[in-house]
Ligand binder design. Structure first.
Ligand code: NAP
Length: 254
């Protein structure tokens, strides 16, 4: 296995914060040119960009739940950099409300937004980038899914469904793209210390959540990024289709 991404062009969606920012940093440290995408938070994106090692990195504003904006972003990256070697579908949202507290309008909106970004956004980008990867004769797609795909998410059913579907999508792409030397993987974290979970982890449920792992803590963004880097490294092509858990043994499956 070789962790050297010199001359590789990597697109990390949702790279302005949290897990995406940690992934961008690790790729840049290992020599890649990194493009991060963000939705609104230009200041955070610029801050991540300013701290990336090496040169040539960029940040692109794109609402990934809009298929035409996603298409524009991929074309822009390919025009500017000539290719996309690695796509990390990391951008995602998590919204929770109990079944009993939800009314129908919340329910409809939560499903539409969550599936629109977490599943359809990742699928559309994989399609668009996958076409360019096939032309290049190689490529890797890494999807950030979730432990929630396996264990049930009573207060965020759209989220759990979006991530289970993204695992399945990732496996379908592994089969569809293998003949063209393009690999597809999923990384499924449990709770991670990011903006997404800050309120929950700082609240009354925090200790209970940390206690789900026998390590009595949640993951750091860098730990998820390490799994992504490992899958992206050359030498791990035969792992295509895999789903890697990063959950501190809080939920085990075999
Ligand atoms: P986060 O801190 O909330 O950051 C979310 C990122 O996604 C930001 O860069 C945000 O951009 C971007 N984003 C949000 N909506 C978008 C949209 N419509 N179009 C494009 N970009 C959008 O999230 P995180 O905790 O790092 O999570 C990253 C991924 O890991 C997600 O897919 C999440 O489901 C998954 N995950 C997280 C955890 C956890 O405990 N944190 C656990 C399992 C899986 P702006 O900065 O512009 O808003």
């Amino acid at each position: 296995m070789e962790i050297n991404f010199t001359e590789k062009v990597v697109l990390v969606t949702g790279g302005s914060r949290g897990i995406g920012a940690a992934i961008a940093e690790k790729f840049a440290e290992a020599g890649a040119v990194v493009i991060i995408s963000f939705k609104n938070n230009k200041k955070a994106a610029k801050n991540v960009l300013a701290h990336l090692e090496g040169e040539g990195h960029n940040a692109v504003k794109c609402d990934i739940s809009d298929p035409s904006l996603s298409e524009e972003m991929i074309e822009r990256v390919v025009d500017e950099y000539g290719k996309i070697d690695i796509l990390v579908n990391n951008a995602g949202i998590y919204e929770e409300k109990s079944f009993q507290e939800s009314d129908y309008s919340y329910w409809l909106e939560a499903w539409e937004k969550t599936i629109g970004l977490n599943l359809l956004g990742a699928a559309n980008l994989s399609f668009l980038a996958g076409k360019h990867m096939i032309k290049s004769g190689e490529g890797k797609i890494i999807n950030i899914t979730s432990r929630g795909a396996f264990r049930g998410e009573p207060d965020a059913p759209a989220y759990g469904a979006s991530k289970a579907a993204l695992n399945s999508f990732s496996q379908s792409m592994a089969k569809a793209l293998a003949p063209y030397n393009v690999q597809s993987y999923a990384v499924a974290p449990g709770f991670v210390e990011t903006d997404m979970t800050e309120e929950i982890l700082d609240g009354p449920q925090g200790d209970l959540i940390r206690g789900e792992s026998p390590m009595n803590r949640v993951a750091k963004p860098e730990e998820v990024a390490n799994a992504v880097i490992m899958l992206a490294a050359s030498g791990n092509e035969f792992m295509t289709g895999t789903i890697i858990d990063v959950n501190g043994a809080s939920y085990l499956r075999s």
